[in-house]
Design a protein around this ligand. Structure first.
Ligand SMILES: NC(=O)c1ccc[n+]([C@@H]2O[C@H](COP(=O)([O-])OP(=O)(O)OC[C@H]3O[C@@H](n4cnc5c(N)ncnc54)[C@H](O)[C@@H]3O)[C@@H](O)[C@H]2O)c1
Length: 294
């Protein structure tokens, strides 16, 4: 098995923080970068909070401080690091991600695998700006990273089998399960499956066939899920799902992925889910769901 010892994580938002945390928990040394110092500070606070919860639940095999000491801030991406893998998790914008891939391709040694946590951008388009397209791969973690056990490993047109295998080994090192995705189609596998049922659920509500809490309750009970589609939609963010649907629709022109009108209206109105206190449901200042009026 290929052992990974040093990891660069670029982007300290929701996903980057989670990725840095699980890498440190797995004993890897993390070089943690963000363009915004405040974002890094907040990410570290979130990691401390999450490790505290895991420790309280008896789910950490080491002291919290030992794990934290493996994360070091890494302000300048052009500094050379002999990393085994660099994982990019910045905003979902092609130009931004391509710029980062150009920089880390220059600064990282030839053996470093360059990975993106993109939700929908083709891996091939990121690989195309590097001198090592065979070593560029998609690693799609799910939110919350510390809790969700699956990671999609996505092959771009030029990703080599060695890179796929080393990336699957890396995911295993993190104590997670890898799902191979053989082509970088937008949305990859699991989001496509999930989004089709989300769109259908929204359309059923638009047609007046059911109320939102009824659908959520039915899906939870019938399919053994922890959340219904609208509950998940509020957690993920209506804008995030809208962006993913548009990215898939624009590339495929498949009408199953065209965002329903109700979703588009909510996003325009700023009803983005839990993070804005309003989405499919309403939430109080403590983040608790208010009495169902939906
Ligand atoms: N949020 C999710 O549920 C989720 C799930 C799977 C995948 N993703 C994907 O993961 C990526 C990150 O999403 P997120 O929700 O963590 O985003 P986020 O908005 O929480 O954080 C993005 C971070 O990137 C930083 N950043 C921006 N430009 C940068 C640069 N040039 N250099 C370094 N850092 C920079 C920002 O300061 C910010 O802290 C996106 O591609 C998204 O599609 C998100």
């Amino acid at each position: 098995m290929t052992e990974t010892r040093k990891v660069i994580v670029v982007g300290a938002g929701i996903m980057g923080a989670g990725i840095a945390q699980v890498c440190a928990q797995a004993g890897l040394q993390v070089f943690f970068n963000d363009i915004d110092e405040q974002a890094l500070g907040k990410a570290l606070e979130r990691i401390v909070w999450s490790l505290g919860k895991l420790a309280a639940a008896g789910r950490l095999s080491e002291e919290k401080e030992t794990i934290l000491s493996r994360i070091r801030l890494f302000p300048d991406l052009s500094v050379a690091v002999e990393a085994d893998i660099a994982i990019e998790a910045v905003y979902e914008r092609l130009d931004l991600k391509q710029n980062i891939f150009r920089v880390i391709d220059q600064s990282c040694g030839p053996r470093t695998i360059l990975a993106s946590n993109t939700s929908a951008i083709p891996i091939t388009e990121l690989a195309s700006v590097t001198r090592r397209p065979d070593k560029v791969v998609g690693l799609h973690f799910f939110n919350p990273v510390a809790m969700i056990q699956v990671v999609e490993v996505i092959k771009g047109i030029e990703t080599s089998e060695n890179t796929m295998q080393a990336s699957i080994d890396f995911v295993t090192t993190l104590g997670k399960e890898a799902i191979r995705v053989e082509s970088d189609i937008p949305g990859f596998l699991l989001n496509r499956i999930n989004l089709v049922s989300y769109v259908e659920a929204i359309r059923l509500v638009e047609q007046g066939l059911a109320k939102i809490p009824e659908i959520d309750k039915g899906v939870r009970l019938a399919f053994g899920r922890k959340q219904g589609p609208f509950e998940t939609g509020d957690m993920v963010g209506l804008d995030v799902s809208y962006g993913a649907l548009m990215a898939i629709y624009e590339e495929s022109k498949d009408p199953r992925f065209y965002p329903p009108q109700l979703l588009r209206r909510k996003v325009k109105a700023g009803y983005l889910g839990r993070k804005t206190g309003k989405g499919w449901y309403d939430y109080d200042a403590g983040g608790n769901r208010k009495l169902d009026l939906a």
